[in-house]
Design a protein around this ligand. Structure first.
Ligand code: TRP
Ligand code: SF4
Length: 360
């Protein structure tokens, strides 16, 4: 977190809802990319535990355990508390304060037309999502981003509308509440409280789950980042393959096979070449091919699980990292709130009360 890093490329913020142990889809679609960003940007990565409540408010018993699982997977993946600020949303109350300020100026229509709103409401019919908090989901996300004055938000395609809303909210805030020049801040030349963030699109290769559909917790077809080796191998054994390869003697095509997709992401080009050749000529069987895929996956998972071990054995270490990170995050968030309150004429500055009024 040196100054040169701050100046060179800017600040990054991203987070995930704590839904439990993360899987390879989360790794390939986000985490792997975040790990690589740590050297180039000033990074803030967090656990969006309040966001978990927007859909799971009726039963919050697993939020804490799930948050622990997520920080374990963050650390396992290689997010490094020495280089990045790792924190948990609910320990930085300034997010809630900024969300409230934004709620005053955000037209309902902006939130109602966010694509994920109607979709999720349709998809999660068993939950009552006719709540204020659920409608406000993307606005809380805007507060998450803007409170760190983040320049870039590494996200998948599905989150781009949320970053776009964030930019609109920032503009609207400035229309009503231009920045006061008196406020001390990170960059005195900046004219606005909130720089407009850009999405940093994560390239997401196709990652199928064990049933060939997109890997997703809701399909029950995941391979976890913490998957033990025997169960990893077992899952691969029963994974669906190119349907054209019914018998061992039928040639197949790795481009039409979910196992082939895994090879493309995790295997070396030599292994890839053997897979293409062997599959198309029926020179290899699927069992053998899946064994190679398991080897490739395990070579990625093993070092992560090694890193994870020490925190799993002593979760306090992981919570400590989140606490130290949250304290850093609060400092940065509070500095932004000073500017935001000041702009909205809600400055907390006051003279100490006179003795008689203070009542002592
Ligand atoms: N909505 C994001 C998701 O479902 C999680 C999230 C919450 C987030 N706040 C954020 C992502 C701020 C990036 C920036 O994945
Ligand atoms: Fe898929 Fe490999 Fe079987 Fe070809 S040999 S169908 S790539 S599992």
């Amino acid at each position: 977190m040196t100054d040169s890093k701050t100046i060179s490329k800017g600040r990054i913020l991203s987070g995930m809802r704590p839904t439990g142990k993360l899987h390879l889809g989360n790794y390939v679609g986000a985490l792997r990319n975040w790990v690589g960003l740590q050297d180039q940007y000033e990074c803030f990565f967090f656990i969006a535990d309040w966001h978990a409540l927007t859909t799971d408010y009726a039963d919050t018993r697993s939020v804490k355990q799930n948050s622990l699982e997520v920080i374990l997977d963050y650390l396992a993946a290689g997010l490094d508390p020495e280089r990045s600020t790792l924190f948990i949303q609910s320990h930085v109350p300034q997010h809630a304060e900024l969300h409230l300020l934004f709620s005053m100026i955000t037209p309902l229509g902006w939130l109602e037309r966010v694509p994920s709103y109607k979709e999720q409401k349709e998809n999660l019919k068993d939950k009552d999502l006719g709540t204020y908090g659920f409608l406000g989901y993307p606005l809380l996300q805007s507060a998450d981003i803007l409170i760190y004055q983040a320049n870039f938000v590494p996200v998948g395609e599905d989150q781009v509308p949320h970053v776009e809303l964030t930019r609109e909210v920032a503009r609207r805030f400035h229309q009503f509440y231009p920045r006061k020049l008196s406020a001390g801040c990170r960059d005195p030349k900046r004219e606005v409280v909130f720089p407009e963030p850009q999405p940093l699109l994560t390239p997401t290769p196709k990652l199928p789950g064990t049933d060939g559909r997109k890997m997703s917790k809701s399909y029950g077809n995941t391979i976890l980042m913490s998957e033990p080796e025997p169960s990893l191998r077992q899952k691969l054994k029963t994974m669906v393959t190119d349907p054209a390869r019914i018998r061992r003697t039928d040639p197949g095509d790795p481009d039409k096979c979910p196992v082939g997709d895994l090879h493309k992401i995790f295997s070396s080009s030599e292994t890839m070449a053997k897979v293409y050749e062997g599959c198309r000529t029926a020179g290899i069987g699927c069992i053998e091919c899946k064994g190679w895929a398991a080897d490739s996956l395990w070579s990625v998972l093993e070092p992560m699980q090694e890193r994870r071990q020490k925190y799993e054995a002593n979760p306090k270490l992981a919570w400590d990292i989140l606490e130290v990170g949250s304290a850093k995050a609060r400092k940065v968030a509070e500095a932004t709130m000073v500017e935001a309150r000041d702009a909205a004429n809600l400055s907390h500055d006051y003279e100490a009360p006179t003795k008689s009024i203070a009542g002592d």
